[in-house]
Structures are given as structure tokens and as C-alpha cells.
Design a protein around this ligand. Structure first.
Ligand code: NAD
Length: 497
């Protein structure tokens, strides 16, 4: 489906609710286990039942792992050129079906169509980037005192569990699948039970792309049953996980005795945006407001990298709060330019924090406590953009990851205070720094405890740079050579000269 019309007519032709199958050994089908039960998934923008997916059981997971292991025997020995060709083909097919994936993702996750298109484009880049990366990658070789030649030899690390969350379903799943298969590994992937649609479509696409059977298998299901069975299996050589910190801890526990497993954890965040008064000068004021607002409200605030804690230098505080609130109110309009939050459960979580804000007598510059979830049925899960000020320093609103369209704004006194407040978090994923002072960009940027710091920009990505968090935001890095570290084993060989 290369046009929005074709995508829409395809979707209209599907039964309701749609039963989503697994993709195992190159075949699309529901799991055969008699114990399989089904999970209902609802459309965020309407609250109506959209799909049913299997809660794949241990036996289904084991079956998928067995096929992935069998495929690893041949896939790990294919040439880079051949693997590159397969990845290119997948990216081309995704490009041809861009609209279908975007419409689907928007319906299933709640995001706007515009946002979904950006993420499909990024999914396409995931495959095209790694299709060329493997053709040009280099390994180290050196002479040791003229007596030995040493060189680094990389081999695929094995069969991986690839587990992804619901906020950017296709993009994050392909961010794992593309490098995994590019470096010669095979996979059993499990998308979030909240948003499994695009993974189902991806299975069909991989079949059409004639990727050899078993190289990628997709099992649908929840965390406690399907995800836990996958992660714990001794037949799994590595886990690449993106999701919440608590789940990351559970995965570490479940695999603590399996030293051989490569574990990469991309977890939660509570990211600061620091606004210095210099960035509010007339020449840059508009840009400052726009970047701070985009970082807070893109994808309804459901991006792990969103800047949900804004700190503003006291001299510019009042002006910033006024202009920011005005900008957000006219730019992020639910149903028009902002989507719905992803599920009833998530809506209730966000609402709980807004009830707490009301109880703590925090100022709502924009937004209010939304209606109880019971009143949302058939209307969808809509939380309007919410701007909070006068928040107590020890409030959970400043500590916990709310992961919705809710932002706090607090003042700071000087640079040292800004750094202290930015780092006052158990998380360390990302930060935004808004200033026109060149020396400060580096001075402050290098002190912030975050894996990614954006200066006067946000969400700029180059796929070769290390992506990942500090502190409770994760371990390991992914991207380019960092993904290679996750999916390959390095040996050093020493040969006499
Ligand atoms: P989650 O941790 O609840 O679920 C993520 C995935 O893990 C899902 O597929 C789920 O089914 C699975 N899962 C749950 N329990 C499991 C278990 N015991 N064993 C194995 N798998 C299990 O997270 P979520 O609510 O889907 O996503 C939101 C979270 O993801 C937020 O905290 C957000 O910050 C984080 N996130 C992080 C990044 C990043 O790059 N650091 C990117 C996107 C989202």
C-alpha cells in the first residue's frame, strides 16, 4: 500500500476485532498450544476493541527459539553482501508500504499520522543504515613489538530475544531486528502486547521479502508469560530490551546466573530541559520555546527522551512560563495535532499523577485532572497538554516517569544549581540544554548525567553514535559499532610474526 487511500481501504476490509497471529519459521499463524489465551487490545483514540492477540505460552516460545537456532546455523555463515541485500530489500518494501504502516501505527498506538510517518521513515533507515554499515565495518589489527600480529575477529553472538515497548512500536522493534540480523544473529522478537499491529505487518513483510525462514520470529504475548519465558530460556544467547526500569531489573534478575548472555537494557527516563536566560533573548526566544515544547509534548510525551522536567533561569522564569504555556495551548490540540495516550491503564496512571498534583496544590497553568477512565469508554484516552508550576522539590511529580503530556517548570539560580537539579534523578537518559553561550554548552553539557545531551535541538539522531542511558536508564549502548558489540563476540588472535 503506497498511498493513504489504498492503506485505508485495506484496513476497512479487515474483520473486527482483528486476530493477530505469530510469525514463526517463516509462517504466519496462531500458536498451536491449547493453553493459549487471548489479550484484547483497544484503539486509543476511540476506546473500542481493535484486536486480539495470543498470549504465547512457554511451548510456543520454545518452538520459535528452536527455529531461530536452526536458522542461526546457516544465517551466521552467510556473507555480509548477502545479508546486506536482504536488509536493503526489507527497507525497500517498507518504503513501498510506508502509508500502510503509518496509518496502522497511528490507529494502534494513538499517535498522530504525521508522527507515525516519521517513525516509519526511521524504521526504513534502521534497515538501510545497517545494510551498508556491515559492508564497511572495520576491525583492529596491530603488530606487537614486531613479534606478533594481533587482530580482532568478530562472530555473531547467537540467538537473541528482542523485546520492545509500546511507545514507538515499529521503530524500536526494527532498531533491534536490523542490527541483529545484519551482524549474523537470529531473533525471537516480542513486541508490546499493547501495540502488536505493526509487528504483525512486519512479519508479513519479512515473508514477502523472502528472508530465510527462522531468521526472525515474532511471538506475541504479554510480559509475565511470553516475555519472561523468552528471556529466561537457556537457548537464548542475548537479550536486547527496551522498556521500563522495573522490567529491566526483572530481566537482570532472571538472567543473573546466565553469564554468557549479552544483555542490553534501554530503560526509562525523567529528562531535564535547562533553559538559560540568554536563550530567551529576542533572536532565539521563539526557538527556545519551540524546542522545549516539542521535547515535552511530541508523541503525547510518550517518548523515553521527552524533556518532562523544565528548569528555567530565574531571570527569565516568568516570561518563559507565560510564552511556553501560550505556545503549547495553540500548538498541541488533542484530536488535531496531538494523539491519545496509548491505553486505559496508562491513562489511569497519568491521571493518578494529576490527582496528586491537585492534592499537592500545584498550579495548573494548562490542563486539569481528566475524567475517570470509566467515563472514557468509546470516547478514547485523551489527556490534554498539562503545564505545572509551583511543584515542591520532593514531589513524585519531579521524580517519577509519568510518560504522558505533562510537564513541570521550576526556576534555578545559576549554572551550578541547574546542573544539580538536572542530575537530581535516579534516571540519566537524555537532557536538553538551551543556551547561546558556547562555553556553557560544553561546560554544562559535559556535567549532565545523561547518555544523550541535545544543545539547542532535540531528537537529532545519527545511527552510528552511542545510544543509551546512565544510572537507572540502562546499561550498554546501541547504534553502529555499539550495536556490533551487542550482537557479536570479539576474539583477539595472536599470530607470531
Ligand atoms: P514495559 O517494561 O512494561 O514493557 C516493555 C516490554 O517488556 C513489553 O514488550 C512487555 O511485554 C515486556 N515485558 C514485561 N515484563 C517482562 C518480563 N518480566 N520479562 C520479559 N519481558 C517483559 O515498558 P512499556 O510500558 O511497554 O514502555 C514504557 C517504558 O519504556 C518507559 O519506561 C520508557 O521510558 C521506556 N522506553 C525506553 C526507551 C529507551 O530507549 N531507553 C525507549 C522507549 C521506551
Amino acid at each position: 500500500c503506497d498511498t493513504i487511500e489504498k492503506a485505508a481501504s485495506f484496513i476497512m476490509s479487515l474483520p473486527s476485532p482483528i486476530f493477530l497471529p505469530n510469525y514463526v519459521a517463516g509462517k504466519i499463524g496462531l500458536p498451536s498450544s491449547e493453553a493459549t489465551t487471548f489479550i484484547d487490545s483497544y484503539e486509543p483514540k476511540t476506546g473500542k476493541l481493535l484486536s486480539r492477540l495470543p498470549r504465547s505460552q512457554d511451548v510456543d516460545v520454545e518452538d520459535a527459539i528452536r527455529h531461530a537456532r536452526a536458522a542461526f546455523q546457516t544465517w551466521s555463515k552467510t556473507t555480509r553482501t548477502e545479508r546486506s541485500r536482504h536488509l536493503r530489500r526489507i527497507s525497500e518494501l517498507l518504503q513501498q508500504n510506508r502509508e500502510l504502516f503509518a496509518v496502522w501505527e497511528s490507529i494502534d498506538q494513538g499517535k498522530t499520522l504525521e508522527r507515525a510517518r516519521i517513525e516509519v521513515d526511521r524504521a526504513i533507515s534502521n534497515f538501510s543504515y545497517f545494510s551498508t554499515y556491515i559492508l564497511h565495518e572495520q576491525t583492529a589489527a596491530r603488530m606487537v613489538d614486531g613479534v606478533a600480529l594481533t587482530y580482532e575477529h568478530r562472530s555473531p553472538a547467537g540467538v537473541f530475544a528482542l523485546i520492545s515497548p509500546w511507545n514507538m512500536p515499529l521503530y524500536l522493534l526494527t532498531w533491534k531486528i536490523a542490527p541483529c540480523i545484519a551482524f549474523g544473529c537470529t531473533a525471537v522478537a516480542k513486541p508490546s502486547e499493547v501495540t502488536s499491529m505493526s509487528a504483525y505487518l512486519l512479519g508479513i513483510l519479512l515473508q514477502k521479502a523472502e528472508l530465510p525462514a527462522g531468521v526472525v520470529n515474532i511471538v506475541l504475548g504479554d510480559g509475565p508469560t511470553t516475555g519472561a519465558a523468552l528471556v529466561a530460556s537457556p537457548q537464548i544467547d542475548g537479550v536486547s530490551f527496551t522498556g521500563g526500569t522495573e522490567t529491566g531489573i526483572a530481566i537482570r534478575r532472571a538472567t543473573a546466573h546466565q553469564i554468557k548472555k549479552h544483555i542490553s537494557l534501554e530503560l526509562g527516563g525523567k529528562n531535564p530541559t535547562l533553559v538559560f536566560a540568554d536563550s530567551m533573548a529576542p533572536a532565539t526566544r521563539e526557538r527556545t520555546i519551540r524546542i522545549a515544547a516539542t521535547a515535552a509534548f511530541e508523541n503525547q510525551g510518550e517518548i523515553c527522551l521527552c524533556g518532562s522536567r523544565i528548569y528555567v533561569e530565574r531571570a527569565a522564569y516568568e516570561e518563559f512560563v507565560g510564552l511556553f504555556t501560550e505556545y503549547v495551548a495553540k500548538t498541541y490540540v488533542p484530536r488535531e495535532t496531538m494523539g491519545a495516550v496509548t491505553s486505559a491503564q496508562h491513562y489511569s496512571k497519568i491521571r493518578g499523577y494529576l490527582e496528586l498534583a491537585a492534592k499537592e496544590k500545584v498550579t495548573f497553568n494548562l490542563g486539569s485532572v481528566p475524567c475517570p477512565v470509566e467515563e472514557c469508554s468509546n470516547k478514547g484516552y485523551w489527556v490534554p497538554p498539562t503545564v505545572l508550576t509551583e511543584v515542591a522539590p520532593n514531589s513524585a511529580l519531579l521524580k517519577d516517569e509519568i510518560f504522558g503530556p505533562v510537564v513541570t517548570i521550576c526556576p534555578f539560580d545559576d549554572e551550578a544549581d541547574a546542573v544539580r537539579l538536572a542530575n537530581d534523578s535516579e534516571y540519566g537518559l537524555a537532557a536538553v540544554l538551551l543556551t547561546t553561550n558556547g562555553a556553557r554548552m560544553r561546560r554544562v553539557g559535559e556535567q549532565i548525567e545523561a547518555g544523550l545531551v541535545w544543545v539547542n535541538c532535540w531528537l537529532v539522531r545519527e545511527l552510528g553514535t552511542p545510544f543509551g542511558g546512565m544510572k537507572n536508564s540502562g546499561t550498554g549502548r546501541e547504534g553502529g559499532e555499539y550495536s556490533r558489540d551487542v550482537f557479536t563476540v570479539a576474539r583477539t588472535l595472536h599470530l607470531p610474526a
